[in-house]
Design a protein around this ligand. Sequence first.
Ligand code: UFG
Length: 323
Amino acid sequence: MRVVVTGGAGYIGSVVAEELVAKGHEVVVFDNLQKGHRDAVVPEARLVVGDLADRERLRGALRGAEAVVHMAADSLVGESVQDPAKYFRTNVVLGLALLDAMREASIDKLVFSSTAAVYGDPKRQPIEETDETEPNNAYGETKLAFERALPWYARAYGLRAVSLRYFNAAGASERNGERHDPETHLVPIVLQAAAGARPDVTVFGDDYATPDGTCVRDYVHVVDLARAHVAALDALAAGGPSRAYNLGCGGAGYSVKQVLEVARAVTGRDISVKLGPRRAGDPAVLVASSARIARELGWAPTMQSLEAIVGSAWRWMQRRDLA
Ligand code: UFG
């Protein structure tokens, strides 16, 4: 298939593009390079530098395509609370503009990058797709708003869409790893501290109702995430229905303190830690049940240990002389 990947120069998008190319798909990356990196785009893919607001460029990129993987978004939880207008515009308004352009181009298959943030502060763990969705930040709200448009577009216009609700993406492929500026995510921050690129790591609260008091998250390897997009596209191509799927590693998840321990073991370096206050909007525990996608699409994570996930991120940093 010819597949357009919006946001395909970003952390997860670039690895999705790699996986699609590896599976023989023809890939067009559509990215405005505001946060993405030109050199993250696998050479076999065609890069169109453009913004979703630019209808003509988007139209050109979609011409002849059979499916879209939509990953272009604003995705900082804290910023979304400070500036919700930015998030509603990018994630909802421009997302709907993409759906319009897809209709015009007669493209009826979509894989959408959604998030665990649609669940807010969940009442039970592990979280299933049928559990209540009640976002506690504008980022999650905008991702959910877009998801909720999809069944209506399916009914009226024949669009078929798979929403993938990522839990905590981490790790690196051979080629691509996480490099946000500013960096807010725990694993790269911890590894930057190990590398001496920052003095220490601040743990955001140790008084949560978890075994060691720090927040527990479900870390899933970015290459496993990318493989789920390929599986979702295959299912849509085979005539499969619209669905939403959680993507996590299962198990009990890992606390912030456990991530620090594993990072010390993987890198062999000391990592200084400071204790800070809780970060607003952080749920204590977010762990996925990925049973639905396992059952329906046969997807399962292949790199479940945090050592493997953190190790791949560390080796990527070393290859790039960042560690
Ligand atoms: N953390 C720290 N110190 C840091 C950075 C993070 O203690 O310097 C903690 C956070 O408080 C949290 C955990 O590490 O408990 C993980 O934080 P991340 O920022 O790496 O990830 P989040 O769980 O906050 O965010 C992820 C995705 C978001 C998504 C969110 C859903 O990155 O896109 O899950 O809650 F919205």
